[in-house]
Design a protein around this ligand. Structure first.
Ligand code: SAM
Ligand code: SF4
Length: 330
């Protein structure tokens, strides 16, 4: 019998899984209206730093090479440096990234890099404190700007600035966000809004046309360059502008599920085979019940055997029934 702990880790469609997204908390200091209910409290029964490393080591032995920590807000965890150190030290893990709202980042930017984090994705939808307040409902805007500047000066190999674009809210700020990111050496990326909360999406094609009409010369990056970049940075497609690259992530209008290489573990320890699906394995319960690494690997393979061929965001009525973004981490 083949060893369940050995690579490759394949899903039901034969796609090879190399990228693990770990939601390490469903708590957050913001309540972004496209992501979180206004009254969200979060739960505290999360995987601890040792359990996160144990699960990641099983995935690493099965062929996972890249890990992203997300949430909720990952930097809300007081043990974030232990979590990153443990995971970065695992054999086989080549890239360790964090997606963060940057509000706790100023004092952590250098320690996180020293703990083995290779890449940060910083979320910033607007340069206006008023629009920020309207989107995030709470939180300190100046802390975010300080966090982004600290990251820009901390020597990371790759820094991205992610903005979710919403019609009539921040779509007019896209050229200013490009300039803000390029001035700090960050790659701006614009994400089509997925139906988890409020707001109206702007299709990527329209955004590109509007950027070009605003006077920004944008040229599509050759496919090979975008493909090479996507090995380390996911499903974004990149264009070139005079100040640097500009990325677009288009889950609605350019379904990228065919090339999916990612598997998710939610903050409660459940493996989710797809952001837009429901197949899962209760890894936390298995660990607490004394499961061996082989038993965990078998449960992971069984859940991935049910991974759907693509998300169902665009099907009518699906937004209301999708899993909470806060628990699975985008
Ligand atoms: N709190 C961290 C942050 O905001 O960066 C990490 C978690 S957050 C869920 C991860 C990413 O998902 C953020 O860039 C956020 O903008 C994005 N996101 C949340 N809800 C979304 C939605 N409905 N559509 C598209 N992106 C979304
Ligand atoms: Fe929190 Fe990030 Fe969701 Fe905003 S997008 S509510 S910062 S988890």
């Amino acid at each position: 019998m083949t060893d369940p702990l050995a690579p490759p880790l394949l899903d039901a469609q034969g796609r090879r899984m190399t990228y693990l997204r770990l939601s390490i908390t469903d708590r957050c200091n913001f309540r972004c209206n496209y992501c979180s209910p206004a009254s969200w409290g979060g739960k505290r029964d999360m995987l601890d730093a040792r359990e996160l490393a144990r699960i990641t080591s099983v995935f690493a032995s099965m062929g996972i090479r890249r890990v992203r920590l997300t949430g909720g807000e990952p930097l809300i965890r007081p043990d974030i440096l232990d979590i990153t150190r443990n995971i970065a030290a695992l054999p086989g893990i080549q890239h360790l990234a964090i997606t963060t709202n940057a509000s706790f980042l100023a004092p952590l930017a250098v320690p996180l890099r020293e703990a083995g984090v290779t890449q940060l994705n910083l979320s910033l939808d607007t340069l206006s404190p008023e629009t920020f307040r309207r989107i995030s409902r709470q939180g300190d805007f100046d802390n975010i700007l300080r966090g982004i500047d600290a990251a820009a000066g901390a020597g990371y190999a790759s820094l991205k600035l992610n903005a979710v674009v919403m019609r009539g809210v921040n779509d007019g700020e896209v050229p200013a966000l490009v300039a803000y990111a390029h001035a700090r050496g960050l790659t701006p990326r614009f994400i089509e809004l997925m139906p988890f909360g409020q707001g109206t999406p702007v299709p990527t094609a329209e955004l590109i046309e509007r950027l070009q009409a605003s006077g920004l010369p944008l040229e599509p990056e050759p496919e090979e360059a975008s493909d090479a970049a996507s090995l380390t940075s996911g499903p974004a497609r990149y264009w070139r502008a005079p100040g640097g690259r500009v990325g677009f992530i288009s889950p609605l209008t350019q379904n990228f599920c065919g090339g999916c290489n990612r598997v998710r573990v939610a903050s409660n320890g459940d493996l989710r085979s797809c952001l837009g699906g429901r197949a899962q394995a209760p890894l936390h319960q298995l660990i607490r019940g004394g499961a061996s690494d082989v038993e965990l690997a078998v449960a992971i393979r069984r859940a991935l055997g049910d991974k759907p061929d693509g998300h169902r965001f665009t099907e009518p009525g699906n937004g209301a029934t999708l899993l909470s973004m806060m628990g699975i981490g985008g």
